[in-house]
Design a protein around this ligand. Structure first.
Ligand code: HPA
Length: 293
């Protein structure tokens, strides 16, 4: 397959994405309607899919490889509580050296596989002092810090097949779906540790300084991480509805006298503990989306 990188486009052209989607659709009978991106330590969601077909990223033409511990890389396509679903088990990050458009590119592949709704999950550090390690946060909005400096996945020539040059990103996290997710939280009796808040993306891989955490707090961020926002921008650009859920794996250090340090291994360990609740929630959401309830 030709790798049609076009520098003015700042990404693969529509035809290249079509060819990737065709490669996958030719090798599975499933026709997914829901996409899920599994965050650090949350790959267990993909294991809940029935009758799944698994595509390691290295087997898919033009897919990057995921290089992060805790993110094994494959697309898993099957049924989640009856809902035809494609899961990205492992995602791509800017800090791995991939440009944002390439990190977000699989969202366009999922669009051409047929999805109309995307659930993005991630591990995040708490900035809001009332949040606890192990909380889940329904994302109600985001702050795109790389975007402040012009690093946006949509930078470059726009391809109108995907969407408009200047997409609106307010209401990116679908308000009706947020209500539905809250209903699922209540059904599963998870309310005591589920919050709602603003997710802020930084490029990483270094964690934040104390001064940065204080600045983000003043800006209105409740949690911080190194992913998600570029995927959501790509999804909204091509009119995919978005639900976002963060797992709070650590509290960010906001005190200069503190001896604590953020640590990726610890984040993965916390992820394992609460991952089951995240899995149940995502399953229940998939069931509701499938039945239209
Ligand atoms: N900062 C940035 N990214 C993260 C954190 C954090 O504290 N925790 C998990 N991902």
């Amino acid at each position: 397959m030709n790798n049609s990188f076009d520098s003015s486009l700042n990404g693969f052209d529509y035809k290249t994405i079509e060819a990737i989607a065709k490669y996958i659709l030719d090798r599975t009978k499933h026709r997914p309607k829901l996409g899920i991106i599994c965050g650090s330590g949350l790959g267990g969601i993909a294991e809940q899919l029935d009758k799944s077909d698994v595509f390691p990223y290295e087997s898919i033409p033009n897919f990057p490889k995921s290089t992060v511990v805790g993110h094994s890389g494959c697309l898993v396509i099957g049924n989640l509580k009856g809902m035809p679903t494609v899961c990205m088990k492992g995602r791509f990050h800017n800090y791995e050296g991939y440009p944002l458009w390439l990190c977000a590119m699989p969202v366009r592949v999922m669009k051409l596989l047929g999805i109309n709704t995307l659930i993005v999950t991630n591990a995040a550090g708490a900035i809001n002092p009332s949040f606890n390690v192990g909380d889940l946060m329904i994302i109600k909005d985001h702050i795109n810090i790389p975007g402040f400096a012009g690093n946006n996945p949509l930078r470059g020539k726009n391809e109108d097949q995907w969407g408009t040059r200047f997409p609106a990103i307010n209401r990116a996290y679908n308000p009706e779906l947020i209500k539905m997710v809250k209903g699922c939280v209540a059904d599963l009796k998870l309310t005591s540790f589920v919050r709602e808040g603003v997710y802020c993306m930084l490029g990483g891989p270094s964690f934040e300084t104390v001064a940065e955490i204080r600045a983000l707090h003043v800006m209105g961020a409740d949690a911080v991480g190194m992913s998600t926002v570029h995927e959501v921008i790509y999804a909204r650009h091509c009119n995919i509805k978005v639900i976002g859920i963060s797992l709070i794996t650590n509290k960010c250090v906001s005190d200069w006298d503190s001896k604590e340090e953020a640590n990726h291994e610890e984040n993965i360990a916390v992820g394992k503990k609460r991952a089951k609740d995240m899995e149940s929630l995502v399953q229940h959401v998939a069931e509701k989306l499938n039945t239209g309830a």
